[in-house]
Design a protein around this ligand. Structure first.
Ligand code: HEC
Ligand code: HEC
Length: 333
C-alpha cells in the first residue's frame, strides 16, 4: 500500500515537473516571437519573378563565362547544392585570376531579406549587388558592362532565354536584366530551420541545451543587434563597442562614406546558417564558433561568457541551420 502511494506521488510529481517545463517552453516561445520572426515565405521583390526569369538567373549564376577568363562563376565563391551553404568556407576567396580579396564570402542563402548587401551594406538589394562582382577586377574581372552584354549576345541560347525572361523589353539582353535575373534566382534561396518550427509552437523542435542557448542569447542582449526573421541582417553597427575588434585594418562602412562615425561599422551578420558558413567575421578570422560567440559578448556587450553558456549559445546557433543541411552540418563543422 505504502509503495503504491509513493508510486502515485512520484508519478504526480513527474506530471507536475513536465507541466512546469512545458509552461517554461511556452513562455520561451512567446518571448522569442517578440524578438524574432519565422522566415517569411516570399522574399521582397519577387512579384515579377517568372519561372523563365528564375531559370535564366540560375544559368547565369553557375556560368563561368561571366568572368574574364571563363574560370569563375558566382557559384565558385557561393557554392550551392551537395550540402554547400552558399559560401566557400574559406577565410577569403580567390578571384578569376587567383588574387584574393580581403573579405570573407557571406552566404547567398536568405540574403534577400537583409536590408542591405555586403559587409558594409553598400548595395541596396540583390540586383544592385549582382552587378558588382562581375566587374570587380579581383573577382570576375570583366572590364565593363558592355563587354558582358556583348559576350552573352554572341551565345544564341542566352539571346533566347533573355527574350523569354523579359518579353516586354525592347532590348531584353541588358546588364540591368542580367542583374535582375540573378536576383530572381537568389530570391528562391530560402533556407528554413528547426528554429522556425519552434517559433511556430513546436516545443520539441529545440532540445534543452538549444533552448537554454536561446534564453541566454536573449538575456545577454545579443538581440539588441541580432533580431528579426534573419537574427540580424538589418542594422549597421559598430564592431567593437566595449573593446576593440582584433583586426582594425578594414574600417568597414568608413570605406563607403568616409565619415569618421562609420569607422568599424559593419552590417550585423544574419545568424541563419551561421554554423555551416565559417570561418567567421568579415575577415574570416573566427575559426571556432564558440570562440566567436565569446568574442562577440566581450567586445559588443562587455560580458565574459562562461564556457558552458558560450556552448549553449553555440548549440542554439546550430539550430539555425537550414533543415536541408542538418546532416551535412554535423559532418562539416
Ligand atoms: C571571388 C569570389 C566571389 C565571386 C566570384 C562572387 N562573390 Fe559574392 N561575395 C564575395 C565576397 C568576398 C562578398 C563580400 C564582399 C564585401 O562585403 O565587400 C560577397 C558578397 C555577396 C553578397 C552579399 C551577401 C551579404 O550577406 O551581404 C551576395 C548576395 C553575393 N555576393 C552574390 C554574388 C553573385 C550573384 C555573384 C555572381 C554575379 C557573386 N556573388 C560572385 C565573393 C564572391
Ligand atoms: C552592438 C551590436 C551587436 C551585438 C550586441 C552582438 N553582435 Fe554579433 N555581430 C555584430 C556585427 C556588426 C557583426 C559583423 C561582424 C564583422 O563584420 O566581422 C556580428 C557578427 C556576429 C557573428 C559572426 C557571423 C558571421 O557570419 O561571421 C556571430 C556568430 C555573432 N555576431 C553572434 C553574436 C552573439 C552570440 C551575440 C551576443 C553574445 C552578439 N553577436 C551580439 C553586431 C552585434
Amino acid at each position: 500500500m505504502k509503495a503504491k502511494l509513493s508510486l502515485i506521488f512520484f508519478l504526480m510529481l513527474c506530471l507536475f515537473a513536465t507541466g512546469v517545463q512545458a509552461d517554461k517552453t511556452d513562455r520561451l516561445i512567446r518571448k522569442a516571437n517578440r524578438y524574432f520572426a519565422p522566415l517569411p515565405q516570399i522574399m521582397p521583390g519577387s512579384e515579377n519573378d517568372t519561372p523563365e526569369r528564375i531559370e535564366l538567373g540560375r544559368e547565369l549564376y553557375f556560368d563561368p563565362r561571366l568572368s574574364i577568363n571563363d574560370s569563375q562563376s558566382c557559384a565558385s565563391c557561393h557554392p550551392l547544392g551537395n550540402g554547400r551553404g552558399g559560401m566557400d568556407n574559406r577565410p577569403t576567396s580567390p578571384g578569376a585570376r587567383g588574387e584574393f580579396g580581403d573579405r570573407n564570402t557571406p552566404t547567398v542563402l536568405n540574403a534577400g531579406w537583409q536590408s542591405s548587401q555586403f559587409w558594409d551594406g553598400r548595395a541596396k538589394d540583390l540586383a544592385d549587388q549582382a552587378r558588382q562582382p562581375i566587374l570587380n577586377p579581383i573577382e570576375m574581372g570583366m572590364p565593363d558592362e558592355a563587354s558582358v552584354v556583348n559576350k552573352l549576345s554572341a551565345i544564341p541560347d542566352y539571346v533566347d532565354a533573355f527574350e523569354k525572361a523579359f518579353p516586354e523589353d525592347a532590348s531584353p539582353l541588358s546588364y540591368d536584366n542580367l542583374a535582375e535575373a540573378i536576383a530572381a534566382f537568389e530570391r528562391t534561396l530560402r533556407s528554413e530551420s528547426r528554429f522556425d518550427d519552434f517559433m511556430g509552437g513546436d516545443k520539441t523542435a529545440l532540445n534543452a541545451q538549444e533552448q537554454s542557448g536561446l534564453t541566454l542569447f536573449i538575456r545577454h542582449n545579443c538581440v539588441r543587434c541580432h533580431d528579426g526573421p534573419l537574427i540580424g541582417g538589418t542594422l549597421l553597427e559598430k564592431l567593437g563597442v566595449s573593446a576593440e575588434f582584433h583586426n582594425t585594418e578594414d574600417p568597414g562602412r568608413f570605406r563607403v562614406t568616409g565619415e569618421e562615425a562609420d569607422r568599424m561599422v559593419f552590417k550585423v551578420a544574419s545568424l541563419r546558417n551561421v554554423a555551416i558558413t565559417g570561418p567567421w567575421f568579415h575577415d574570416g578570422s573566427g575559426k571556432e564558433l564558440s570562440e566567436v560567440v565569446k568574442i562577440m559578448a566581450r567586445i559588443q556587450l562587455d560580458t565574459e561568457l562562461k564556457a558552458q553558456d558560450a556552448d549553449a549559445i553555440t548549440a542554439f546557433l546550430h539550430a539555425l541551420t537550414g533543415k536541408e543541411f542538418e546532416t551535412a552540418a554535423a559532418v562539416s563543422q
